[in-house]
Design a protein around this ligand. Structure first.
Ligand SMILES: [Zn+2]
Length: 410
């Protein structure tokens, strides 16, 4: 039996007292979840391959969605995926009707998705949205089209580098089943308006987020300078962004999450330990703004996180820090410990990726295969970590601190 709380759908969340690199990134949570969801999972079956029409009660009014059922709970509750990849949890108590069609489930095309999202956003945010397609991305934007295109190219380069990095370490990844969507708002004001439509978090301290439920990245034109015309060339975009390193790192961080969750590395709504998910996103977040095609900054020492980690080790890190980081996500979710947890997660991924390549790849395989909507106990998480990296936590901790003590900012 399981229950899911809203915090379990949230990746990075705001930490007002934390590192300057902290960011807010909350999943957009459909109202149905807020009602209070408690389903009982009967084990994973392969997703249904036909389209179904699911009608449920949404705050007193019926709502119908079409998609495939990916999890059916023993009490009748459903996890449904629409053709754009969006996930819906439909608890048994609000489910009204389930109609199975003969139509096979297929992803919506990027063209249809772009058109539909433009119409939706024109209506719900402000008129003026347009679509930019790149090979894997559908950028739906109200920003200057040149910034939208630049963003798409940045994400394509990041994706290529991300996949090549894991391929080089023997981790096989897959193509995304659904087009990858980024919503790029024209400015911070419109971004705040967009975020406030459906989420209950404060958008004023964030520049972007990845939503596990919608599968979208949302950001705004961070190269825009109030009172000035939009950047006309990619050189000008880069020049402006060089003065906003935190903002661009956030965008790259969130894009890394989206790639990880759409390449088979992480599975949405399964028990992905945050030390792995967040440490990996930080590992990739250093942007490479200079290359036209490559991405040379993967795995570069993250100076801000290294400084935070060194300070943590010096003054606050207690015994058993690794076990607590691995065993539960609590330290990431509490504002007084989150910045240290992100720093230690980055350091641990950095250390393991450099010194325990094979073990890391085998651990990734275990995590990637986790079923949806099943949350592991701290003991199970630690046992899986031990299966890959050994049972001697004290020895690992000693090697970890020794290794990180030698790493220097470059
Ligand atoms: Zn993150």
């Amino acid at each position: 039996m399981w229950s899911i709380s809203t915090t379990e759908l949230v990746l990075d969340f705001d930490n007002p007292v934390g590192s300057v690199l902290m960011r807010t990134s909350l999943s957009k949570i459909p109202r149905v979840l807020v009602i209070g969801l408690s389903l009982v999972v009967c084990g994973m079956a392969p997703p249904e391959t036909v389209l179904e029409q699911i009608t449920f009660d949404e705050e007193g009014s019926p709502r119908t969605i079409s998609g495939r059922v990916v999890v059916k709970a023993v009490d009748g509750g459903l996890l449904v995926q629409e053709r754009d990849g969006r996930l819906w949890t439909v608890p048994a108590e609000v489910l009204q009707k389930r109609v199975t069609t003969q139509t096979p489930f297929r992803s919506e095309t990027s063209k249809d998705m772009g058109k539909r999202l433009v119409a939706e956003l024109d209506r719900s945010v402000a008129p003026g949205f347009h679509v930019t397609h790149t090979r894997h991305y559908t950028i739906v934007s109200s920003a200057d089209p040149r910034f939208a295109r630049w963003t798409g190219q940045l994400f394509e380069r990041l994706r290529t580098a991300f996949l090549a990095f894991w391929k080089g370490r023997g981790v096989k990844l897959s193509d995304p089943e659904f087009p990858l969507v980024a919503i790029v708002l024209k400015d911070r004001e419109q971004f705040s308006k967009f975020v406030r439509r459906g989420a209950s978090f404060d958008p004023t301290t964030t520049t972007g987020y990845y939503s596990i439920l919608s599968n979208h990245i949302v950001l705004y034109d961070i190269a825009r300078v109030p009172g000035q015309p939009p950047a006309a060339t990619s050189v000008e975009i880069r020049r402006r962004l060089s003065t906003a390193p935190r903002a661009i790192a956030t965008v790259v961080h969130e894009a890394s999450h989206q790639i990880a969750f759409n390449s088979g590395l992480n599975r949405r709504l399964s028990d992905n330990p945050l030390w792995l998910v967040e440490g990996m996103a930080v590992f990739f977040e250093t942007p490479d703004l200079k290359s036209r095609s490559g991405w040379r900054t993967v795995g570069r020492v993250n100076r801000a996180r290294l400084a935070r980690f060194a300070d943590f080790v010096q003054s606050r890190r207690g015994r058993g820090s690794l076990q607590s980081l691995v065993g539960s996500d609590r330290r990431f979710r509490e504002s007084d410990s989150a910045a240290d947890a992100y720093a230690e997660a980055w350091a641990l991924n950095y250390f393991l990726l450099r010194t325990r390549r094979k073990q890391y790849a085998s651990y990734l395989k275990t995590v990637s295969a986790k079923p949806m909507l099943t949350w592991d106990s701290p003991e199970k998480r630690q046992a899986e970590f031990e299966a890959a990296f050994g049972k001697d936590w004290d020895e690992l901790d000693r090697m970890f601190l020794k290794y990180m003590g030698r790493v220097r900012s470059r």
